[in-house]
Design a protein around this ligand. Structure first.
Ligand code: NCD
Length: 317
């Protein structure tokens, strides 16, 4: 089954991580996202679904595409949107997270989208306010909407992900994108192989039902999808050398034009931001085989679907 059963009902109040979502919940969100993807292709890509809702975007960590994508999704659905960025707020004056959120909540906010460098902050917020909480990335823990948009993009060329072979290449240790993808993809029945230098792949990861390879050639020969991840220098302890140089990393684990000729089937994905010449050659990112910009467009549709479902709504058009 590639769709939830007929008697299925979506009962989630928040989206903290895909570990709380069942296979049916994930398939249902992806199914809803298809309707929103069609709306985005209309001459006027707007619906009034959230016109009575107020949403705050609470970003304590840098973000370009995730913040813009959430904001666009909210505006496409007619919500009132307020944006909070830690660098220009009272957080700089020493206000605690709890006080900030309680103040915001007194302003009658329906939903909070939060990104924070500490894992668990979205969960903590559910205990402080009544609003629906959406995790837009908490430390190296989860980034559920990114994994949902990745799976949605894969479904566009492999409608059923059962048995599909997904390779995730790069900095596995520090990535929240990989955690959410492993959880989601294994629930949908895909096979996942993690590939990268030994120092960037934690040994315990196999317990999550995935395989590990330290050989890029073998991995690319095997996979249907190759998802490259950025080296998260900002999450690595200073002075701990996890690989010799970015150049050497690229030599061993960067996807190159040659690979596209040698292995003609796999598609290339990347959550962004890309470091051209590190995770992949620049020409690879711009090639026909890359669906990286589709991921960005699909991200708006997937976030519209999540916002719609968590707002308790039942009307798309
Ligand atoms: C990812 C993130 O923030 O975790 N980016 C994103 O949301 N598009 C990956 C990254 O920063 O490398």
């Amino acid at each position: 089954m590639n769709k939830p059963p007929d008697n299925y009902a979506f009962n989630q109040k928040h989206l903290l991580g895909l570990s709380d979502y069942s296979r049916e919940d994930i398939l249902y969100v992806l199914e809803q996202a298809k309707s929103f993807r069609e709306i985005l292709d209309r001459p006027i890509p707007k619906v009034p679904t959230l016109r009575d809702k107020t949403i705050v975007n609470l970003f304590y960590e840098n973000s370009t595409r995730t913040r813009l994508s959430f904001e666009l999704a909210q505006k496409r659905m007619g919500a009132d949107v307020v944006n909070f960025s830690a660098s220009t707020s009272s957080t700089k004056k020493g206000e605690s997270l709890k006080d900030t959120i309680q103040n915001i909540s007194s302003m009658k906010i329906d939903m909070v989208v939060v990104r924070h460098r500490s894992p668990g902050v979205p969960h903590f917020l559910t205990q402080c306010v009544d609003a629906a909480i959406l995790n837009a990335g908490d430390g190296a823990h989860e980034h559920p909407t990114q994994a949902l948009l990745d799976m949605f993009t894969m479904q566009q060329f492999h409608s059923d992900l059962r048995g599909k072979k997904v390779a995730i290449i790069g900095d596995i240790s520090h990535s929240r994108v990989v955690r959410s993808n492993i959880i989601g993809l294994t629930k949908l029945g895909a096979e996942v192989v993690l590939c990268g230098p030994k120092t960037l792949i934690p040994v315990q990861v196999k317990a999550l039902g995935v395989d590990v390879s330290y050989n890029l050639e073998e991995t690319l020969a095997w996979c249907d999808v190759a998802m490259a991840l950025r080296i998260q220098l900002e999450r690595q302890d200073e002075g701990t050398e996890l690989f010799p140089t970015l150049r050497e990393y690229h030599e061993k684990f960067g996807i190159k034009l040659d690979h596209l000729d040698k292995y003609p089937d796999f598609k290339i994905m990347h959550p962004g931001p890309i470091n051209r010449g590190v995770e992949m050659e620049s020409e690879v990112a711009d090639s026909e085989r890359a669906v990286i910009l589709d991921q960005v467009t699909n991200g708006v549709a997937v976030r519209m679907a999540v916002l719609y479902l968590l707002s308790g709504g039942n009307r798309v058009s």
